[in-house]
Design a protein around this ligand. Structure first.
Ligand code: NAD
Ligand code: DAU
Length: 339
């Protein structure tokens, strides 16, 4: 049976990043009684602009590190829930330098769990479908909560490690925690190192979009607003100790997504270049979110990918000042990797 929990003061780690900031906006719009404290280290991926317009009486921003025990202790002692988004999140970066991934994703989660244990704070851990490894293109199955862990990249192995810590702290110490593993998000405020915004901003800059490998790798796309509503549903109605998979039946291969972007931006279907593949590149992800839908009654709102993609393209067209300062450094990093 699902339990009901009504948080009033929520710490959101990584709330200045892509999914975290979208979640904070979602809470502001949909949960008027809730106060949010964002804890974010403002790494290259964090941006205070993502939280612009949120009133001071609804949100406190704390610039700090999830590995800082004293700070984490203080914040969790003052709040009744924590939703943990903060992470190093990009696979390609983890291949070049895994060290910050181990620190933030593993040690950071450990630090938060210890504080959640000490102050009996309801904890929700944000994870990824990548912990399950990949599926073959012709495999009819999808990931479920029972799929064995089989991570491929430094990034996904650190996320898998953090999930294991949450499970162990729940079983051994009885902390009140849940985990969600979500598929690929798209939408506003996504860093331009990621696939969809990289290609949109390449086209806007007059650069060629870049496709890895044979372009047939499949990702299961979900709009970030649907991820937010699912996380809130799990935090408030989910069963403590459980894992829920979040997905919206959005499987697409990369070349089809790229061609949809090209078409939406008035380009020819072959206006892109092939680049070096990602080492260890996962072939396909696919989420079965039946447990979340049936047990907690969650439903995604953005089921028309073409419409969501068109709105995302417009967002990057309208917000050049947000992304253009990042473009040169992001592309220079990729160029060094032959990508
Ligand atoms: P992001 O890289 O856009 O944002 C990460 C945020 O965490 C940034 O604001 C950054 O400043 C902050 N951060 C990094 N290290 C920190 C530290 N040591 N202390 C405090 N803050 C720190 O990431 P995202 O794409 O928004 O992903 C958020 C979470 O969702 C991650 O846990 C990721 O694994 C998970 N996830 C992402 C996706 C996706 O498609 N992007 C899908 C499923 C799950
Ligand atoms: O599945 C959830 C995961 O989705 C999250 O856990 C990660 O944090 C998030 O970054 C994302 O991981 P991916 O590696 O799937 O996302 P990325 O945007 O890096 O790449 C998506 C696909 O596009 C992947 O198959 C690689 C390919 N790609 C990517 C880039 C940046 C290209 O073909 N060209 C590119 O330029």
């Amino acid at each position: 049976m699902a339990e009901s929990f009504t948080p009033e003061r929520v710490v959101v780690t990584g709330g200045a990043g892509f999914i975290g900031s979208n979640f904070v906006h979602w809470v502001m719009e949909n949960q008027p009684g809730v106060h949010v404290t964002v804890l974010d280290a403002l790494t290259y991926a964090g941006n205070l602009e993502n939280l612009k317009g949120i009133p001071d009486d609804r949100m406190t921003f704390v610039h700090g590190d999830v590995c800082d025990t004293e700070l984490v202790d203080r914040l969790l002692s003052e709040n009744d829930a924590c939703v943990h988004f903060a992470a190093e999140s990009h696979n390609d970066n983890s291949i070049v330098d895994p060290a910050p991934f181990v620190r933030t994703n593993v040690q950071g989660t450990y630090t938060l769990l210890e504080a959640a244990r000490k102050y009996d704070v309801r904890f929700h851990h944000i994870s990824t479908d990548e912990v399950y490894g990949d599926l073959a293109l012709d495999d009819p199955t999808r990931f479920t909560e029972e799929t064995p862990y089989h991570p491929s990249s430094p990034y996904s192995s650190t996320k898998a490690s953090s999930d294991m810590l949450v499970r162990a702290w729940t079983r051994t110490y009885g902390i009140r925690a849940t985990i969600s593993n979500c598929s690929n998000n798209y939408g506003p405020y996504q860093h331009i190192e990621k696939f969809i915004p990289r290609q949109i901003t390449n086209i806007l800059c007059g650069l060629s979009p870049k496709l890895y490998g044979d372009g047939l790798n499949v990702r299961d796309w979900i709009h970030t607003e649907d991820h937010s509503s699912a996380v809130w549903r799990i935090l408030t109605c989910g069963r403590v100790g459980e894992t829920y998979l979040i997905g919206a039946d959005g499987e697409k291969n990369n070349i089809d997504v790229l061609r949809a972007i090209l078409e939406g931006m008035g380009k020819e279907p072959d206006d892109f270049v092939w680049v070096r593949d990602r080492p260890g590149h996962d072939r396909r992800y696919a989420i079965d979110s039946s447990k979340l839908c049936h047990e907690l009654g969650w439903k995604p709102k953005h089921i028309d990918f073409a419409q969501g993609l068109a709105a995302t393209i417009r967002w990057y067209q309208d917000n050049e000042a947000w992304w253009s300062p990042l473009k040169k450094a992001t592309e220079a990093k990729y160029a060094k990797q032959g990508q």
